[in-house]
Design a protein around this ligand. Structure first.
Ligand SMILES: [Zn+2]
Length: 414
C-alpha cells in the first residue's frame, strides 16, 4: 500500500501502550481514566491523519474518510482486561489507523476509503462487545441499561459522568461499509507452534453452556452406609467424566469444552451433599456440531437421571452462534500473505472478537499474528516485532486488494 509506514505504526503501538501501562502490559478496562485517555489520543491521531474523527455516545473512536462514499471498515478495540497485554485489540486498532492514514495521504479525494474504528468495551468490563453491538444496531435498550461493571457502576452512569452519553452514536452504514478487516494477536499457541506467520481466520466459534443440576439427599457422611446414600456430588463427578468422553465422540477435531463451574452443597466434608451443579461449555465453528454435542449431553443426562437416587436436570444458560468470515475476504488475506512471503494457515478463532458482531452484518475477515508462548490476557503477552511488521504488511496488502475490489471499476463488488 502506498505510503505505509511500519516504523510509524510501531511507534504508535508503543505510545498507545503507555496508557495504563503496568510492567510490560496495560491495565485499561473500558471507560477507566486510562482507556478514556487512550481513546482521546487515538481520536487525535485519526484527526491528524485527515479523518473526520469522533468519540461516539458509547465510547467508539471512529475516524471517517471524508471524501469517500464507500469504505473498508478497519479496526479492533483499545480496551483491555484488567492487567492485560499491550497488543490485544491495540494491534488491530493501530494497523487500521496506519492504513487509513496511508490511504488518505496517497489518495485524499478517493471515493473509496478506509474508515478506522476502535470499538468500546470488547472485553466486557460493562458488557462484552457493547461498542461493536451498538455500531451494528445490535444493542437493545435493556442491554444498555443493564450493563454494569464489577463495582456495580452502570455503563450509562459512566457515560454520563464522561459527558459522552448525549453524543450521537456512530452506526454501520451498509451502503458505505462494504467490508470489515480486523487484525489481532492469535492469543493461542497454534501459529507459534507450527511456525506460521499469519492466521487467515475462517470463523469465530459459537458456544453453548448447559447447566446440569443434581439433587440427592443430605446425610451424615460417617453414619450413612454407602449403598443408602443419594449423593449428588458423586453423581456429578461421574457425570463429568462421562461428559468428556461423550463430547469428544460427538465433537469435531477442533471442538473444545470446559467444565469451569462446579458447585457442591452444602459443601462440608462430613455431609453427603444433596445438591450439585456443573456448567458444561462447548465450542465449535459449526452449529451442527454444537447441536450434536448438546444432543450427546442430553442423552447422557437422560441415562444418568435417577441413578443412585439422584435426580438430574439441565437447561441451556448461554449460547452464541458461530460467525463465519467471508470466503472472498479470507482468500484475499491468504493471497496477501503469499505475496509478502508470509507462511499463512487457515484457522478458526476460539475467542470472541468484534468481527463476530460486525461479520453478521457485512463481509468480514480477520488476520492473526503469532502470540509468543500463546500467552494473552496477561501482561506477559507479546509478539516478535518482525511478526508485527510482517502482519502489518499483509494486512495493508489485503486492504489494498479490498479497496481495488470496491472501486467502481473494480474486479467485482464485495
Ligand atoms: Zn481482543
Amino acid at each position: 500500500m502506498d505510503g505505509l509506514d511500519e516504523d510509524r505504526a510501531i511507534a504508535d503501538l508503543r505510545a498507545l501502550a503507555q496508557f495504563g501501562k503496568v510492567g510490560t502490559g496495560v491495565n485499561r478496562p473500558a471507560l477507566t481514566d486510562a482507556d478514556v485517555a487512550a481513546r482521546e489520543w487515538l481520536r487525535d491521531r485519526m484527526a491528524e491523519a485527515g479523518l473526520a474523527a469522533t468519540i461516539d455516545g458509547i465510547g467508539n473512536v471512529y475516524g471517517r474518510a471524508p471524501s469517500a462514499h464507500i469504505a473498508l471498515l478497519a479496526g479492533s478495540h483499545s480496551d483491555s482486561v484488567p492487567n492485560g497485554g499491550w497488543l490485544d485489540g491495540a494491534l488491530g486498532v493501530v494497523f487500521a489507523l496506519e492504513i487509513a492514514r496511508a490511504r488518505r495521504a496517497a489518495h485524499p479525494n478517493a471515493a473509496v476509503g478506509v474508515d478506522a474504528i476502535s470499538f468500546s468495551d470488547e472485553e466486557g468490563t460493562f458488557l462484552a462487545c457493547s461498542g461493536s453491538r451498538s455500531f451494528c444496531g445490535a444493542l437493545t435498550p435493556s442491554d444498555l441499561h443493564g450493563a454494569r461493571n464489577a463495582a456495580r457502576e452502570s455503563l450509562t452512569g459512566r457515560l454520563d459522568s464522561l459527558g459522552w452519553s448525549t453524543r450521537p452514536l456512530a452506526r454501520l452504514e451498509p451502503e458505505r461499509h462494504r467490508a470489515f478487516l480486523e487484525a489481532h494477536i492469535e492469543q493461542g499457541p497454534r501459529l507459534i507452534e507450527s511456525g506460521h506467520h499469519v492466521g487467515a481466520v475462517t470463523g469465530i466459534v459459537g458456544l453453548r453452556r448447559r447447566q446440569v443440576r443434581f439433587e440427592g439427599q443430605a446425610d451424615h457422611a460417617g453414619t450413612t452406609p454407602m449403598a443408602m446414600r443419594r449423593d449428588a456430588s458423586m453423581a456429578m463427578h461421574a457425570f463429568a467424566l462421562s461428559a468428556a468422553k461423550e463430547l469428544r465422540a460427538a465433537g469435531s477435531p477442533d471442538s473444545v469444552w470446559n467444565l469451569g463451574v462446579v458447585l457442591v452443597r452444602p459443601g462440608a466434608a462430613n455431609v453427603v451433599s444433596d445438591e450439585a451443579e456443573i456448567v458444561v461449555e462447548f465450542r465449535d465453528l459449526s452449529t451442527a456440531v454444537i447441536d450434536r454435542m448438546d444432543e450427546a449431553l442430553r442423552a447422557l443426562i437422560d441415562r444418568t437421571d435417577g441413578a443412585g437416587g439422584v435426580r438430574t436436570t439441565s437447561s441451556i444458560i448461554g449460547r452464541i452462534e458461530p460467525t463465519h468470515m467471508d470466503e472472498r475476504l479470507v482468500a484475499i488475506v491468504e493471497t496477501a500473505a503469499a505475496q509478502e512471503n508470509a507462511r499463512s494457515e487457515r484457522m478458526q478463532s476460539g475467542a470472541g472478537h468484534d468481527a463476530m458482531i460486525v461479520g453478521r452484518q457485512i463481509p468480514a475477515a480477520m488476520l492473526f499474528v503469532p502470540s509468543l508462548g500463546g500467552r494473552s490476557h496477561h501482561v506477559s503477552e507479546d509478539t516478535d516485532e518482525a511478526d508485527i511488521r510482517r502482519g502489518l504488511r499483509v494486512y495493508a496488502r489485503a486492504a489494498q486488494s479490498i479497496l481495488e475490489a470496491l472501486a467502481p471499476n473494480g474486479r467485482g463488488a464485495l
